[in-house]
Design a protein around this ligand. Structure first.
Ligand code: GRF
Length: 195
């Protein structure tokens, strides 16, 4: 299966997905990285692996429809089948939602529907909750609102701060995301065989 990964930042989830592919745990190929930030560390990580990169600057386009049209062209060009959002800091619009319905997946560092949006880890710490976690979900037009595919829980320890909790959450993400993508791909294959 041909994955396009969308990311805006560090790219540790991008690396986890690429490693899972290299190690045979994920039966897929990353055919494109889409990035909205030319300074993002994830770009170097894709280039190191000879993965094509499409970088765009939203401010150079009149609207979301315009930049998403360019993204769609790139996705079609490399025949992407799944859009994997791994720290992509933008809402996805109809230009991409319509052609990829049911094939756009995001990872979020909380147990949705708790703490959607930015700084979910800080939000959980401020709220004083004793458990939080990671959610993998389908993407719709809302902010972290699509159907939940899988979740994993982690206890917040009294001594946890932003850094330790983030490290523990990322450890879960790097395991859960490739595993969930693989499960989705396999389910789809089984359904294809049945029909
Ligand atoms: C992850 O924590 C993910 O849950 C959130 O953004 C972060 C991306 O981290 N959506 P990285 O760039 O993959 O290291």
């Amino acid at each position: 299966q041909r994955l396009a990964v969308f990311a805006s930042g560090t790219g540790s989830n991008f690396v986890a997905i690429a490693d899972a592919i290299d190690q045979g745990r994920l039966d897929a190929e990353i055919v494109l990285l889409v990035c909205d930030n030319s300074e993002a560390k994830v770009i170097g990580k894709a280039r190191d692996r000879q993965i094509p990169v499409f970088v765009f600057q939203a401010k150079n386009y009149p609207s979301k429809v315009d930049y998403e049209r360019d993204i769609l062209q790139e996705l079609n060009h490399c025949q992407a089948e799944w859009l994997i959002l791994a720290g992509y800091m933008r809402l996805v619009g109809d230009t991409l939602l319509d052609p990829f319905e049911g094939r756009i997946v995001n990872i979020h560092p909380s147990l949705l529907p708790a703490f959607p949006g930015k700084d979910a880890i800080g939000q959980a710490l401020s709220a004083g909750v004793k458990v939080t976690g990671v959610t993998v979900h389908f993407v719709d037009e809302g902010m972290d609102t699509g159907t939940i595919i899988d979740q994993e829980v982690i206890r917040i320890q009294p001594e946890d701060d932003q850094d330790t909790l983030q490290a523990n959450i990322q450890e879960i993400e790097h395991r859960l995301f490739p595993k969930t993508i693989q499960a989705l791909i396999q389910t789809e294959k089984r359904e294809e065989i049945k029909s």
